[in-house]
Design a protein around this ligand. Structure first.
Ligand code: ATP
Ligand code: MG
Length: 341
């Protein structure tokens, strides 16, 4: 991690927009858990305000928010060591986002590829919230003065925008108030691809359930999805260079490497010349072995929703000890009175 003048602090969020999947686990959750013991204060967030930028059924949203909290804990995030929160329970996120809407430029927003992907052909019908999403994301991060944000590859552009907002705010008001946050995009699974299409990332919002392995899938379902994953007829090559033009094969090798804590080179060395008929069952066994303890623990936690709600209420109280003074100071810098202390 790079040094900045600000106290190191980690922030990252996941949307309660559907079933957590292997991409979320390898690109985000597993890495959060691995980083937890580095002694850096970390805030992990269920970003429900982001989820509603596209339609969410209210009951499903309530369920997904709790299930996501269970997913964080089951993946190894300790709600005492880290701060675990639900975004809408910490109002300073949305309050700072408004100020950032007035800092960010429309031209910057027009370049955001996630908006283009999610709005699709009919961008006129997309919500204003989906368009402003990256400004709220900047607020999520900067309302904690977070210095480091572990995310998947797909969020790189939003992190750059967060840096642009911080830089412009600091410049416009002549302060050095917001840190220039570093994205942390590391490991072999920063972009896990759809099992049906090697050119698309695995996503909660993909309409095809076969495109992703969910953290709630049982062993048979995981094995079936891997068996049916798109591949090509060639055997595995003897070097990673041999995967360059084979996106589906590369994806399965990267998933194996990330699950086994190996490099892609080591995986290829072990399976060089083998057919997918041999590789896929090995990958399925590995995925089941790694994921089923998480699935079981999530189910156990979900049996006591009141306890999950208590954890989130406590997380919000702890979070606001950080966010309230930062927002107050922001209002001050901008010249606004803001709410009473
Ligand atoms: P949605 O389709 O609703 O946007 P999502 O699957 O993209 O859902 P998010 O909640 O948007 O998930 O992202 C949560 C975290 O997981 C982010 O850090 C993001 O970069 C990471 N992530 C999402 N998809 C992948 C993926 N396929 N590979 C690696 N990391 C991913
Ligand atoms: Mg996403």
């Amino acid at each position: 991690m790079t040094d900045t003048a600000f106290k190191p602090r980690v922030f990252s969020g996941i949307q309660p927009s559907g079933d957590l999947h292997l991409g979320n686990y390898l690109g985000a959750l597993k890495r959060f858990a691995d980083a937890q013991n580095q002694g850096i204060q970390s805030i992990y967030c269920m970003v429900d305000l982001h989820a509603i930028t596209v339609w969410q059924d209210p009951e499903a949203l309530r369920h997904s928010t709790r299930e996501l909290c269970a997913g964080f804990i089951a993946s190894g995030i300790d709600p005492e060591k880290s701060i675990l929160i639900n975004q809408s329970q910490v109002p300073e996120h949305a309050q700072l986002a408004w100020i950032f809407n007035c800092v960010a430029r429309i031209g910057w927003m027009n370049r955001m590829t996630q908006f283009k992907d999610k709005a699709g052909k009919n961008a006129e019908k997309a919500s204003l919230g989906l368009y402003a999403y990256p400004s709220l994301m900047a607020a999520d991060i900067l309302v904690y003065h977070a210095t480091h944000v572990p995310v998947g590859e797909d969020q790189k552009q939003h992190l750059e925008l967060t840096r642009d907002i911080a830089t412009k705010f600091n410049h416009d008001y002549g302060v050095d108030f917001f840190p220039i946050t570093e994205p942390v995009i590391e490991g072999t699974a920063t972009r896990v691809m759809s099992l049906r299409d090697g050119s698309k990332k695995m996503s909660k919002s993909d309409p095809s359930d076969m495109s992703r392995i969910a953290l709630t899938d049982d062993a048979d379902t995981i094995a079936k999805k891997i068996r049916k994953a798109k591949t090509d007829p060639e055997p595995l090559p003897d070097s990673v260079e041999g995967l360059a033009d084979r996106p589906e094969a590369r994806n399965l090798v990267n998933i194996y490497a990330a699950l086994a804590d190996m490099t892609a080179e080591q995986v290829v060395a072990d399976y060089a010349g083998k057919q997918f008929g041999q590789f896929k069952p090995a990958l399925a066994d590995l995925a089941v072995a790694r994921m089923s303890p998480i699935t079981t623990e999530m189910a156990r936690l979900m049996a006591d929703p009141a306890e999950i709600d208590r954890i989130l209420t406590r997380g919000a109280t702890r979070a606001r000890e950080i966010t309230a003074p930062i927002l107050r100071k922001t209002y001050d810098i901008v010249g606004m009175v803001g709410p009473a202390a």
